[in-house]
Structure formats: structure tokens, C-alpha cells
Design a protein around this ligand. Structure first.
Ligand code: ATP
Length: 235
């Protein structure tokens, strides 16, 4: 479904990611592991069209998307749910969700249906539909960010650190929801520092270090890997 082939990106003269190869098949949950600054966000920004690679290729459903504008990439079926949430905090929950359907210029009926799907998935958002996004708790804001991303009916969702800053119980709920979204038909590429939780739901993963992928394997392989355990699981 998504294929990055030898993708490298620079910020000025600094190479942030180097010759990155990633393959995501339809229906999978794939996780990118790595510490702060290892290159996960840059990889996401590059897939989303916000950064331009100076070498390499990016294909989505066998078509090159390298050089496409971010809004056209959303229209192609890829949506990024950003770290830090980037919600419209003065707007209500409902208005934020409607904004998620905007780039796609979707029909009224389709928007209604997506809203129903999001409210089914996150009942708390339905209860708080008229509250401002800024008044929500951290976990609820993260749910709203995911809900807003779902409003564009993506085929591939990029989730950057959905568990960051959340209490353990909320993290658990978050990963359950991600799994549910995947079961409902959305392929997922996930960046996480919480390797333990992420590898439990992922099919496979890639480990980033200093802008390069140093290890890849199935979730079971990564889970059993001593270096991964030492660096990201702590057991
Ligand atoms: P994090 O979880 O902190 O976002 P990450 O693995 O996603 O980490 P990136 O944000 O992709 O890492 O950063 C990769 C490298 O590129 C880091 O060394 C970072 O300092 C650098 N970098 C990121 N954004 C910029 C920028 N706009 N200008 C210059 N350097 C940047």
C-alpha cells in the first residue's frame, strides 16, 4: 500500500533521515520505534508532503506521491494525526470534527455518517460535542485529534505518538481504539516510544536511530530482541 524506497530528507545541510525503506501493506498496523529526534516525525511529515525528500521514492497504492501537495495527499487517502494534537482549541468538538472533512470536500450525507462513526468510537466526544476543544482533558484531545483525522475517511492513517503524556489507563484505551479503527478497515502507521503497547497491536515494526532504520522485523521478533527490550521496553 505504502512504500518508501531510499528516502532521505535534509533540514538545511543537516540530514534528518537517510535512505529510509518502509513498506506498509493494506490492513496492517506498522510501528516506527526510536528515541526523540531519531527521525520518526520527519518520516511522517515526508509521507504527508510537508517535507520534500532530496532522494528516494514514495509510492502509495503503486502511484508516486513524491512532490504532491499535502492536501492532495489527504485526498489520495493518507491522513496524519499530528503529535501535539493541533486542534482548534476555541472551536467546539463538533466543529473540529467537521473541519476534518473539509479538505476532502465530502458530501453532507457522508460527513453525517463519518460523524456517527466517530461518535460511536468515542462516546465521550458525543457527550462533549458542544464543549470547546481546549476544555477537554489530554486523553480526550487526543481522541478528538484521531476522530478529526478519521473524518477524511483515510485508507492510511499516520499516528505520531498517540500515547505521549497520557495516563496508563488512557493509553490502554487509546491502543484499543487504534486496534478497532484498524479492524474497521484503516491501515495504520504508528510512531511510538511506548514500544511495549505498540508492539502488542502491530504486525511489524522498524527501529530508527539517528535518522536511519537499524532494525526491522515482525512484532514478535522485535519484542524478543534484546536491544529493543533494553532500549524501549526496559525489561
Ligand atoms: P520526536 O519524537 O522528538 O519528534 P523524531 O524521531 O520524530 O523525534 P524528528 O522530529 O524527525 O525525530 O527529528 C529528526 C532530526 O531532525 C532531529 O535531530 C531534529 O533535531 C532534526 N529536526 C527536526 N525538525 C527540524 C527542523 N525543522 N529544522 C532542523 N532540524 C530539525
Amino acid at each position: 500500500m505504502l512504500k518508501l524506497n531510499g528516502v532521505s530528507v535534509k533540514y538545511g545541510s543537516y540530514t534528518a533521515i537517510q535512505k529510509v525503506n518502509i513498506e506498509v501493506n493494506e490492513g496492517e498496523i506498522v510501528v516506527l520505534l526510536g528515541s526523540n529526534g531519531a527521525g520518526k516525525s520527519t518520516t511522517f511529515r515526508t509521507i504527508s508532503g510537508l517535507n520534500k525528500p532530496f532522494e528516494g521514492e514514495i509510492h502509495f497504492e503503486k502511484t508516486s506521491i513524491k512532490g504532491r501537495s499535502p492536501d492532495r495527499i489527504v485526498q489520495s487517502g493518507i491522513v496524519q494525526c499530528a503529535e501535539g494534537r493541533k486542534l482548534f482549541s476555541e472551536m467546539t468538538v463538533h466543529e473540529n470534527l467537521r473541519m476534518g472533512a473539509y479538505v476532502h470536500r465530502r458530501k453532507k450525507d457522508e460527513i453525517k455518517q463519518s460523524l456517527a462513526t466517530v461518535y460511536d468510537l468515542f462516546p465521550i466526544l458525543k457527550d462533549k460535542r458542544n464543549n470547546s476543544a481546549g476544555s477537554l482533558s489530554g486523553g480526550q484531545q487526543q481522541m478528538l485529534a484521531i476522530g478529526r483525522a478519521l473524518m477524511s475517511k483515510p485508507r492510511l492513517m499516520l499516528l505520531d505518538e498517540p500515547s505521549v503524556g497520557l495516563a496508563p489507563l488512557i493509553v490502554e484505551q487509546m491502543f484499543d481504539v487504534i486496534q478497532q479503527i484498524n479492524k474497521d478497515g484503516t491501515t495504520i502507521l504508528l510512531a511510538e516510544q511506548n514500544a511495549n503497547a505498540a508492539l502488542r497491536i502491530a504486525t511489524k515494526g522498524y527501529v530508527f536511530e539517528n535518522g536511519s532504520i537499524v532494525l526491522e522485523g515482525t512484532s514478535d521478533e522485535l519484542f524478543a530482541n534484546d536491544e529493543v527490550r533494553k532500549a524501549y521496553i526496559g525489561a
